[in-house]
Design a protein around this ligand. Structure first.
Ligand SMILES: Cc1cc2nc3c(=O)[nH]c(=O)nc-3n(C[C@H](O)[C@H](O)[C@H](O)COP(=O)(O)OP(=O)(O)OC[C@H]3O[C@@H](n4cnc5c(N)ncnc54)[C@H](O)[C@@H]3O)c2cc1C
Length: 353
C-alpha cells in the first residue's frame, strides 16, 4: 500500500499544472492518467492571447493571469529541460479602414501597434493594416504534457491506466493499493461520466483543427477567422479552431470546410491539408473554471471548466488550488464550485423522490 496526500486524476493541462505546482511545493501526490490523443489538451492549438472575441476586449483578469503564465511555463521548462513556451506577437488584420481608429484613440497595454498600412501582403490579405498584440504566443501542449509526463515518471508519481471510478472508496480514502487524503479530479469532459461530479454543468464544446503545409513566417501568428500556429518539428502549421455543440467524436466535413474556407480568406498562399484533429473543450456556463470540493465530501475535489482558455487559466488556478490545499488562501468565489452546489442538491432531491 502506497500512501500519498493527493491523487490527481487526469494529466491534461489542469492535472499537469497542478502536478508541477505540487512538485515545487514538495507535496506528496500521485497522478493517474491514460493518454487520449483527442483530449482537449492534446488537440489544442495552445494559443494564448489577452485580447479576444468579436469586441476585442481584454480577457478576464488578463493582467494577473498573463503575468503568471510566462513565469509558470518558464519554470516548468527549467524543471523538465524542454522548450514548449513560444512567445510571439499576434497580428490581426483589419477588415475596414474604420477599424484601426478605435485603437489609435485609446492606447492599450496589450497592443503594440495599430498598423494602418498592409504589413504582410505577400502572405495574407491585410489591405487595411492590422493590430499587433503582445503578451501572446502559444504553448506546444503535446510537448508540455510529454515533458511533464517524463518528469512524473522519473519521480515515480505516475500511474498510466484508466481510472476506475467505482474502485474509489471514499470513506476509507483508498483506491486500489493507494491511500490518499484527497482525490482531485482533473478529468476534463470525462467529468460527465464521473459518478461524483456528473451533476456539474460541464458541457462539451467540440473543436476541430487542420495541420497544413503552407509557406508562412514562423515569427508571428496571424489570426482572423482562423489562426496559424507553427509546428516547428513537423515543418507545418496548425490552423483552427471550430466551435460546435456536436457531441459525436471525429472530424466533420463541415468543420474541415469551415477551416479551409476561412484559411482561403486570410492567407494568399496555397496550402495542402496534411492531417486533421478534434477534441472536446470542457466548458462551464459562466465561462469560469470550477475548483473546490464536493458538496458532501471534502475528500473529493475538482479542477475543471477550463473551456477555451486552458493554456492561460491552468497555471494561475493550479497555484491558487495548491495554496488553498495548503491552507494558505481561499478559493475565489468566481471559480469556487460552491456556485453550482444547488444543482447537486436538486439532483439528490430528484433521486430521493
Ligand atoms: C481543438 C481545440 C483547440 C483548442 N485551442 C486552445 C487554444 O488555442 N488555447 C487554449 O488556451 N485552449 C485551447 N483549447 C482548450 C484547452 O484545450 C482546454 O481548456 C484544456 O485542454 C482543458 O484541459 P483539462 O486538463 O481540463 O482537460 P483534458 O485535456 O480533457 O484532460 C483530461 C485528462 O484526463 C484524462 N482522463 C479522463 N478520464 C480519465 C480516466 N477515467 N482514467 C484516466 N485518465 C482519464 C484524459 O485522458 C486527459 O488526459 C482547445 C481545445 C480544443 C479541443
Amino acid at each position: 500500500v502506497q500512501s500519498v496526500d493527493f491523487l490527481i486524476i487526469g494529466q491534461g493541462l489542469a492535472g499537469s499544472c497542478l502536478a508541477v505546482e505540487f512538485l515545487k511545493r514538495d507535496i506528496s501526490f500521485l497522478v493517474i492518467d491514460k493518454i487520449n490523443p483527442n483530449s482537449a489538451s492534446r488537440a489544442a492549438a495552445g494559443l494564448f492571447n489577452p485580447i479576444t472575441g468579436k469586441t476585442m476586449e481584454s480577457t478576464w483578469r488578463a493582467n494577473e493571469i498573463f503575468s503568471a503564465l510566462s513565469e509558470f511555463y518558464k519554470s516548468a521548462e527549467l524543471a523538465t529541460g524542454e522548450k514548449f513556451l513560444h512567445t510571439l506577437p499576434i497580428y490581426r488584420p483589419f477588415l475596414s479602414a474604420d477599424e484601426p481608429k478605435k485603437w489609435q484613440q485609446s492606447p492599450h497595454a496589450f497592443v503594440t501597434r495599430a498598423h494602418t498600412q498592409s504589413q504582410y501582403s505577400t502572405f495574407i490579405n491585410d489591405d487595411f493594416g492590422g493590430l499587433e498584440l503582445n503578451h501572446c504566443g502559444f504553448l506546444d501542449t503535446n510537448k508540455f504534457l510529454s515533458a511533464v509526463r517524463r518528469l512524473l515518471q522519473q519521480q515515480n508519481t505516475l500511474v498510466e491506466e484508466d481510472f476506475i471510478y467505482e474502485a474509489l472508496d471514499v470513506n476509507s480514502g483508498s483506491y486500489k493499493n493507494y491511500v490518499f487524503k484527497k482525490a482531485i479530479f482533473c478529468d476534463g469532459t470525462a467529468a460527465n461520466q464521473n459518478p461524483f461530479f456528473s451533476w456539474l454543468p460541464i458541457r462539451k464544446l467540440k473543436g476541430e483543427t487542420l495541420q497544413i503545409q503552407i509557406a508562412l513566417p514562423q515569427n508571428i501568428l496571424f489570426n482572423r477567422g482562423v489562426f496559424a500556429v507553427p509546428m516547428f518539428e513537423k515543418n507545418s502549421f496548425l490552423i483552427g479552431s471550430t466551435y460546435s455543440h456536436d457531441t459525436l467524436p471525429g472530424n466533420t466535413e463541415a468543420g474541415i470546410e469551415e477551416l479551409s474556407r476561412k484559411a482561403r480568406i486570410l492567407f494568399k498562399r496555397d496550402f495542402s491539408i496534411l492531417s486533421k484533429n478534434w477534441g472536446f473543450r470542457p466548458t462551464s456556463p459562466d465561462r469560469r473554471p470550477i475548483l473546490g470540493f464536493h458538496p458532501e465530501n471534502k475528500k473529493l475535489y475538482v479542477f475543471n471548466g477550463l473551456g477555451t482558455k486552458g493554456v492561460s487559466l491552468a497555471p494561475f488556478f493550479a497555484v491558487q488550488l495548491a495554496r488553498h490545499l495548503q491552507g494558505q488562501s481561499e478559493l475565489e468565489p468566481a471559480v469556487n464550485i460552491e456556485r453550482f452546489y444547488s444543482l447537486y442538491f436538486k439532483t439528490q432531491g430528484q433521486a430521493k423522490a
